[in-house]
Design a protein around this ligand. Structure first.
Ligand SMILES: *Cc1c(COP(=O)(O)O)cnc(C)c1O
Length: 393
């Protein structure tokens, strides 16, 4: 699997990831190839990033052309790619104003600052944030502060003051934490790292209502579940309510590092102003070319409609598998964001899957997390099921 020749220099990397024992070399469509030429069916998509798969000619050509023209100018100058990408992303995400970042965590940082600044502008004295247990919002200090895993937070404490954790999908536990100091409530409409848990309709509506009644901002983190993955362009759009702030990243650039936080007009009017926030690289002409091309391809190829169809097929095949295999206890998820709770240790399943030529990742609670490129077809679902069944046997 890992050819020793390609490990040259590996010892100089900070040892901070438990990497799978495979060195990847190139990709084509929904397949990846290691340095020995072995083929892997990709059900990880770089952790939900490469929605359009690999070697998409239209995207790659646009990026190459942009590299030769201009790829960095800083945000002190305007480039039309930024406006074009912002307009397209605002329209796709149902928000009004967009700020581009370099990552998901940085989008969260911006969202938290926007919520605090909104309260500050209103002189409301509010600064507290309510986040959810088992949530994941990234690894920077602010993002870790609202991440509902004590083991991710404790080594770095004291973190942001005024963060409280409620139980996901338990409205009473949120109500119990709301007070005159609460400025924002942050949640993922489908928890990814936390074990693939979709949010309930009542919970989404209930949070919207609490926020409306108290001038609290509702922040949806769609870094993982956004961009078509659950069968709507953004997951909140399936619930009939609208958040005040939305964070995005992972799939919006198909792998070019780019994220964004976006907000409604109401928040934009009373929050971040020139001097309050910034980034040197964020939303450079290359990143913005990636975002606008990805959105263009989504529309042209009707990716969201495709996810609805193939996601339903994936769900039914996974339900069959869960029925058949004793070691699979539950299937959870929406569209092409699915999890299988299993009783076999993930490391074992993953090793067998690698041998079968299948890439899968895990989520909390011994869950096999399936995040394939959004362009998979039914035949790839069938291939995955064959391989996964062997790996689970
Ligand atoms: C991955 C992820 C993040 C962090 O994104 P990075 O680009 O790794 O900083 C934030 N929120 C959610 C829901 C994520 O899945």
């Amino acid at each position: 699997m890992v050819n020793e020749k390609v490990k040259n220099g590996e010892e100089s990397l900070l040892h901070i990831y438990n990497r799978f024992p495979v060195a990847l070399d190139h990709g084509e469509g929904v397949y990846l190839y290691d340095t020995e030429g072995k083929q892997y069916l990709d059900f990880a998509a770089g952790i939900g990033v490469t929605g359009l798969g690999y070697h998409n000619k239209e995207l790659n050509d646009a990026l190459k052309e942009q590299i030769d023209k201009l790829f960095h100018i800083s945000n002190l100058y305007y480039h039309e790619n930024c406006g074009i990408a912002a307009k397209a992303l605002a329209s796709a995400s149902g928000m009004d104003k967009v700020f581009f970042t370099n990552s998901g965590a940085e989008a969260i940082e911006g969202a938290l600052k926007a919520a605090r600044k909104y309260a500050w502008t209103k002189k409301s004295g509010r600064y507290e944030l309510i986040a959810m247990e088992h949530s994941f919002h990234g690894r920077t200090a602010g993002a870790v502060s609202v991440t509902g895993h004590p083991e991710y937070r404790e080594p770095f404490e004291p973190l942001l003051p005024g963060v409280r954790f409620a139980k996901y999908n338990d409205l009473d536990s949120v109500k119990a934490l709301v007070n005159e100091k609460t400025c924002g409530i942050i949640l993922e409409p489908l928890q990814g790292e936390g074990g693939i848990h979709p949010v309930g309709q009542e919970f989404m509506e209930g949070i919207r209502k609490i926020c409306d009644e108290n001038d609290i901002l509702m922040i949806c983190d769609e870094v993982q579940c956004g961009m078509g993955r659950t069968g709507t362009m953004f997951a909140w759009q399936g619930y009939g309510i609208r958040p005040d702030i939305l964070t995005m990243a992972k799939a919006i650039g198909n792998g070019i590092p780019v994220g964004a936080f976006a907000m409604t007009e109401k928040v934009a009017e009373s929050s971040l102003k020139p001097g309050d926030h910034g980034t040197t690289y964020g939303g450079n002409p290359l990143a913005c070319m990636a975002v606008s091309k990805v959105l263009e391809i989504f529309e042209k190829e009707q990716i969201v409609e495709h996810v609805k169809k193939v996601g339903a097929y994936l769900s039914s095949r996974l339900d069959e598998l869960a029925e058949k295999m004793d070691c699979v206890t539950q299937r959870r998820g929406k569209g092409l964001m699915q999890g299988l709770a299993v009783t076999k240790p993930f490391a074992e399943v993953c090793q067998c899957a690698l041998e079968e030529g299948l890439l899968v990742i895990s989520a909390e609670g011994n869950v096999i997390r399936l995040l394939p490129p959004l362009i998979i077809e039914e035949k790839h679902v069938d291939e995955m099921i064959r391989k996964l069944e062997k790996a689970l046997s």
